[in-house]
Design a protein. Structure first.
Length: 271
């Protein structure tokens, strides 16, 4: 696994101590290839907001958000619940995975016994599942990612992007947004890998709290599903290059991002 490179982020807002929201951070401060930086206080990322405490909600309400993009599917939302309501903030649900896949995924995570987990996730199958998912989100979700970028360009900032854990669907959507802003891939990877900090990780819940259900082997089998790995993001970038020949054609042909929309996006999110 590639180690996280030193952060190239300039000073942005201090990281808050949120009790019921995991993996929150401001994407502001990341540098672009032309010497600008992502504007602080305009683009945030996190895990879901369903368990936000009153104090968390107060903090989030103070960000001046226009839109919360929720990339969870119906299975995720049934498991964890709907986001708390933030007064005056638009919540847009854009599922980035199939609900049936989501239901099967969470059933495996919560109820799968050791033989089943070995069969489904052992011998590199868990990591392969993740890289395949990243590749499919690039090739199969161009309409959704285009919609997000258009919305950000036209009106939806400040914005918060989240999924369940805030590392895969939200992580990739943030990565796509940063590509459109001209942030280089190394800086995008460094931000992506910040999701591995212990206080940011999604809390894995099992249907039983018995020692067998939470054994070291079980947790090791599940861990590739809940880690941010450079190889996963690399699979997405490799798919962009293999399918479109590079970032520029991906943005213009895959996501249909016009020069005018890109200029609007830069105007809203760069300083």
């Amino acid at each position: 696994m590639t180690q996280q490179s030193p952060s190239t982020r300039s000073e942005s807002m201090p990281e808050p101590e949120l009790t019921g929201v995991r993996n929150f951070r401001d994407v502001g401060g990341l540098p672009t290839a032309d010497g600008r930086r992502v504007r602080a206080g305009q683009l945030f990322r996190s895990g879901h907001l369903a368990h936000a405490t009153e104090a968390d909600t107060g903090f989030l309400s103070g960000l001046g958000l226009h839109t919360v993009f929720d990339f969870r599917n119906s299975a995720d939302r049934a498991l964890d619940g709907l986001d708390v309501e933030l007064p005056g903030v638009r919540n847009v649900n854009i599922p980035l995975s199939d609900p049936a896949d989501g239901a099967g995924f969470w059933k495996m995570v919560r109820e799968g016994d050791l033989p089943q987990l070995r069969s489904l996730l052992g011998d590199g199958k868990a990591a392969l599942r993740m890289t395949t998912s990243y590749r499919e989100m690039i090739t199969g979700r161009t309409t959704e990612h285009s919609r997000v970028l258009r919305s950000l360009a036209e009106e939806s900032v400040p914005a918060l992007m989240h999924c369940a854990a805030g590392k895969d669907r939200a992580g990739l959507s943030v990565a796509v947004t940063l590509l459109a802003l001209g942030v280089d891939r190394e800086a995008i990877e460094a931000d992506y890998l910040e999701s591995n900090a212990q206080h940011r990780r999604y809390r894995i819940r099992r249907a039983s709290d018995s020692p067998d259900a939470l054994s070291p082997e079980v947790m090791e089998l599940l861990s590739p599903l809940f880690e941010a790995r450079a190889e996963y993001l690399a699979a997405a970038f490799e798919t962009i290059d293999a399918t479109w020949g590079g970032t520029e054609r991906y943005l213009t042909e895959g996501l249909r991002l016009t020069p005018e929309l890109r200029d609007q996006l830069h105007g809203r999110l760069l300083e």
